[in-house]
Design a binder for this molecule. Structure first.
Ligand code: HEC
Length: 211
């Protein structure tokens, strides 16, 4: 050792070698000013880390198409659940019979939805039959205008049945079950369809009191 190095907190100049002032268990530490290229790389990496971390976790920049679609599906499902919750909160048998089913705009919206989605199996006239020439052929669905309600005849029973489809314990109509419509229709559309049904067969719902 030619010369005892200077002591100090840290090196301040290029090429300077400092023996730092602290000493623990006989261990001493050198300090030397790091070259600028090294420091720039280091600080650059720190900045890059912060930027990358932000982009990775808080933006869509590095997400795969698969992740984006997955997140989108979850968001749509949550929106649907929230909508169902909201619609259900304001909906009950009495509201459907005495408010919705007496509003011509709601009933005709329900009719349009019915003719597009339901009449293929339940018939345009709700009888679950189709007239072909002189013959009446049965369709896969159950008649809706026969006064018989297999899964309960209250409007909210229908709401559940249409949203969720045939209950698991049902053996179906000649083996045919109904799909869940909540993947196709919004809760509002389901309520409109029920209003249309109520308006078509009001006698089945006359016992439901107005609030
Ligand atoms: C692909 C055929 C098909 C379509 C389309 C269909 N349904 Fe059904 N629906 C059925 C079948 C089959 C049943 C009987 C289910 C069972 O017994 O499990 C049924 C039962 C019902 C019932 C109970 C009827 C009763 O007498 O108890 C209602 C109400 C009903 N559907 C309404 C609808 C509405 C509203 C739509 C349109 C959004 C619709 N259905 C579309 C096949 C269909």
């Amino acid at each position: 050792m030619s010369q005892e190095p200077k002591r100090g907190h840290f090196a301040k100049e290029k090429g300077e070698v400092i023996l730092r002032e602290h000493e623990y268990d006989g261990i001493q530490e050198y300090d030397q000013k790091l070259p600028n290229w090294w420091l720039f790389t280091f600080y650059g990496a720190v900045v890059w880390f912060v930027a990358y971390w932000g982009l990775y976790y808080y933006s869509d920049t590095f997400k795969t198409a698969h992740q984006l679609v997955h997140e989108e599906i979850i968001a749509v499902q949550q929106k649907k659940d929230a909508e169902l919750e909201k619609t259900l909160a304001t909906l009950d048998n009495s509201t459907l019979v005495h408010k919705w089913a007496t509003d011509p705009a709601i009933v005709s919206a329900g009719e349009a939805t019915y003719l597009t989605n339901c009449s293929a199996c339940h018939g345009a006239d709700l009888s679950a039959t189709m007239v072909v020439g002189a013959a009446k052929i049965p369709l896969p669905g159950l008649p809706i205008n026969d006064g018989v309600w297999k899964f309960g005849g209250k409007p909210m029973d229908l709401f559940k049945l249409i949203n969720k489809g045939s209950p698991p314990e049902s053996t179906g109509n000649n083996g045919a079950k109904m799909q869940a419509w909540d993947q196709t229709l919004t809760p509002k559309q389901v309520a409109e369809v029920i209003s249309f049904i109520i308006a078509k067969v009001p006698a089945d719902f006359k016992d439901i009191p107005a609030q």
